[in-house]
Design a protein around this ligand. Structure first.
Ligand SMILES: [Zn+2]
Length: 467
């Protein structure tokens, strides 16, 4: 990790990034050739050309971007740090033939095998990946049924060590019995309270990079009684929910059997929906459910790589957007290379609809940046994310991308979708703090994390095999 002498403990006072190709995104996307950004504490204090800003701020410390493309750092609307050890794991038994079997044979075995140390290293592995690929804000959904209490603190510590920003929750479920359901509720409550009183958490002066939500697994593993307990607990704290919704047809079948209602209606009647709630996936929702999601201002997140992998179907993203539903883009525990998720979103709808006009490039980029930034504001109301402008938080990704065709603000989406790879990211900045420079991580020891993760993952795999 040596060779780079940089103070990384506290944000610098003033840092002038020069000679960058700035893609601002935001409401009026612009491209500033030979651009410069003045980062002051955690914010972008000025944006202009290198000539303008070097004249205006001659004393500021400089960082020459050498013509790299600088984008707002990526935001991930839904992920699972705890899934990191699944990579390459042999799933015992016959290959799963449907989604409920994938849950039972893979995820519900893996999560039961996790200790608090596994939880910590699963998170660290994902955080290294996020920094490497320019993702600085992540909304996580956690499960570790044999290590529930304190698990969110362990993840929060890892996120703080990394210097990233994350919203955390624990997934409450009845699948492991009443005691663990209660423990899951208690963990959400304990963690949210530990983040300070509501007013403090939401104060515009608050610089906390950690936020809390209330996690629920999915309708298919939650009884009406548990849902009611969760609503009572979350309402006291002013929290919204983070819950998987109609990911597979099995969730609808279960809900109809249990309640006579479709999933979104069941959750609405249980008072789960609202503008602070994230309904993950919504692959199998009908028109009435889409209407209800729009009416309640509920957020939906789209994870096309996960949906393809599980063979569950393609979410009706465009109909939801037309109906006025808020939609963001997550990765469901896939790599934290949000550019890969954008590409999947761009491609899968065209194939599924056999229509090359489906899910246009500018729409994908809107979901990934502007819409994900609006979702992040639910948890960090004082932060302007997902764009480069004065007053926005300094969350930046530097890409060694030198276009071979003309690049404009208007055609940037197609450069991102067809040209940019996450491996082009050379530097990542979160809230003004440099987390990676020249591809060297400055806050986390990647080598040590990788080595310990390999040991722990092998032990987790053994315990999974013994179940
Ligand atoms: Zn998920």
């Amino acid at each position: 990790m040596g060779g780079i002498a940089m103070a990384t403990e506290t944000p610098r006072c003033q840092l002038l990034i020069t000679h960058a190709c700035l893609a601002t995104l935001g409401d009026e996307p612009d491209l500033v050739e030979d651009g410069a950004l003045l980062v002051e504490d955690d914010r972008i204090a000025a944006l202009g050309t290198t000539a303008e800003l070097t004249a205006r701020y001659p004393a500021a410390e400089r960082w020459d971007a050498a013509g790299q493309l600088v984008l707002p750092a990526s935001i991930c609307a839904h992920t699972h740090f705890y899934g990191a050890f699944a990579r390459g794991m042999a799933v015992p038994g016959e290959p799963a033939t449907n989604f409920p079997q994938i849950l039972e044979r893979l995820w519900w075995r893996l999560d039961k095998a996790l200790t608090l140390e596994d939880v910590r290293y699963s998170a660290l592995v994902c955080l290294v990946d996020a920094i490497r690929h320019g993702t600085t804000t992540l909304i996580d959904h956690h499960a570790s049924p044999n290590a529930i209490e304190g698990s969110l603190d362990v993840i929060a510590e890892a996120v703080q060590e990394a210097g990233l920003r994350a919203c955390l929750c624990y997934e409450v479920t009845d699948r492991d019995g009443a005691e663990r359901a209660r423990a899951g509720i208690a963990e959400n409550v304990r963690f949210a309270k530990s983040q300070g009183p509501k007013s403090e958490v939401r104060s515009p002066k608050s610089k906390s990079q950690i936020a809390a939500s209330f996690g629920l697994h999915a309708s298919l593993t939650l009884s009406d009684e548990t849902l009611a307990d969760c609503v009572a607990a979350a309402n006291d704290l002013g929290l919204g929910f983070h819950v998987h919704v109609a990911e597979d047809a099995a969730d609808q079948e279960d809900s109809l059997r249990k309640s006579g209602k479709r999933v979104v209606h069941r959750l609405h009647d249980a008072r789960i929906l609202g503008p602070r709630t994230i309904a993950v996936h919504c692959v199998h929702v009908d028109e009435s459910e889409i209407e209800l999601l729009a009416e309640t201002g509920t957020w939906v997140t789209h994870q096309p790589r996960s949906n393809m992998n599980n063979g569950v179907g393609v979410a009706p993203v465009e109909p939801m957007l037309r109906a006025g539903v808020n939609v963001g883009l997550g990765n469901d525990g896939f790599s934290n290379q949000m550019f890969a998720e954008m590409k999947a979103a761009y491609l899968v709808h065209k194939l599924a609809q056999r229509d090359p006009r489906a899910m246009p490039g500018d729409l994908v980029i809107r979901l990934a940046y502007a819409d994900n930034a609006r979702l992040a504001r639910v948890f960090w109301p004082d932060l302007k994310l997902g764009e480069l402008c004065e007053g926005a938080v300094a969350d930046l990704a530097f890409l060694d991308y030198h276009p071979t065709t003309p690049l404009t603000a208007g055609n940037l989406p197609w450069h991102i979708l067809f040209g940019v790879e996450a491996s082009a990211v050379t530097a990542t900045v979160c809230a003004g703090r440099v987390l990676m420079r020249d591809r060297t991580l400055l806050t986390l020891d990647e080598e040590a994390i990788t080595a310990r993760s390999r040991q722990l993952a092998a032990q987790v795999w053994e315990r999974v095999g013994e179940q």
